[in-house]
Write a protein that binds this ligand. Structure first.
Ligand SMILES: Nc1ncnc2c1ncn2[C@@H]1O[C@H](COP(=O)(O)OP(=O)(O)OP(=O)(O)O)[C@@H](O)[C@H]1O
Length: 271
């Protein structure tokens, strides 16, 4: 359903753009409808760049992204995005946040309200329809962000570390909630995380990115049966998969860290 073909991105650096940095180099990935795929990778490997390109926010240098054969060439209604934070409008109530996109697309007031309320119920926020996001916890705000994205029924949902700013307990609970919502809606999800346990708990497949220039080092099929719950995390297979992923990620993370230092040194030299 989503096809990423030979995607590369080079950024120009500094005011003159003479020096460049290759952020992504030849990324290929196909995702089936209803799949849950996670991407993990070292810091600075290009995860956000990849998401921004898939979401149509940044142009690739070469390669292309298409959904069911039609190329993504800019912000696209077939794609919904959830970020780590700043995903809700603080000046609108919860229900207004969730119905905002529907109203903007011309859906009538009554229908938009009804669909928003159903989605709020699905993410477990019934009773908070009239609350302001500022009155809610970080975890509740992320539920609102998920609801306002899913209510638009996008073909694919991109989630860029949506639970990254939350404490561990909330992250675990929201992970389980997300699996339930995913099951009930049949959404197709591409999920970026730094957390290997989270990737194994949630995904059908896990793609590990290399240090910059980012490419896929390996893509691991997750054969742990669903539904998955707390007990899944203590199974031998879960720990084996975490270990397998960490073995690949560890080497790339070391490379990523030393590159960061080189990049900082270069920036200092340029100044
Ligand atoms: N607009 C830009 N201009 C120049 N370089 C950029 C730009 N955006 C990103 N980069 C560089 O591209 C590389 C990849 O950055 P990106 O933010 O995509 O990585 P990331 O994997 O999301 O990082 P992190 O895990 O630390 O959030 C980095 O070296 C970064 O400095």
């Amino acid at each position: 359903m989503l096809e990423i073909a030979d995607l590369s991105k080079t950024y120009g650096l500094g005011d003159d753009r003479v020096s460049t940095i290759v952020a992504l180099d030849g990324i290929d990935l196909s995702i089936d409808r209803g799949e849950f795929v996670s991407i993990i990778g070292p810091t600075g490997c290009g995860k956000s760049t990849l998401f921004e390109i898939i979401g149509g926010l940044v142009d690739p240098t070469s390669g292309e992204v298409s959904i069911e054969g039609t190329r993504v060439e800019g912000p696209d209604e077939r794609i919904g995005m959830v970020f780590q934070d700043h995903s809700t409008f603080p000046w609108l109530s919860v229900v207004e946040n969730v119905e905002f996109g529907l109203r903007r697309n011309g859906v009538g007031k009554q229908e938009a309200r009804q669909r928003a309320e159903e989605m709020i119920d699905l993410v477990g926020l019934s009773g908070f329809e009239q609350a302001d996001p500022t009155e809610l916890s970080g975890g509740m705000n992320q539920r609102v962000a998920i609801a306002r994205t899913l209510v638009m029924e996008p073909d694919i949902v991109l989630m860029d570390e949506p639970f990254g700013a939350l404490d561990e307990q909330t992250r675990l609970i929201l992970g389980e909630e997300l699996l339930r919502i995913w099951r009930e809606t049949g959404a197709t999800i591409l999920f970026v995380t730094h957390n290997i346990n989270e990737a194994v708990q949630l995904s059908d497949r896990i793609a590990v990115m290399s240090a910059r220039p980012g490419t896929f080092k390996t893509i691991v099929e997750n054969d742990i049966p669903r539904p998955r719950d707390d007990d899944t995390m203590s199974t031998d297979r879960f720990n084996e998969l975490v270990r397998e992923l960490w073995d690949v990620l560890k080497d790339e993370s070391k490379k990523g860290l030393s590159q960061k230092t080189q990049q900082a040194e270069q920036a200092e030299a340029d100044n």
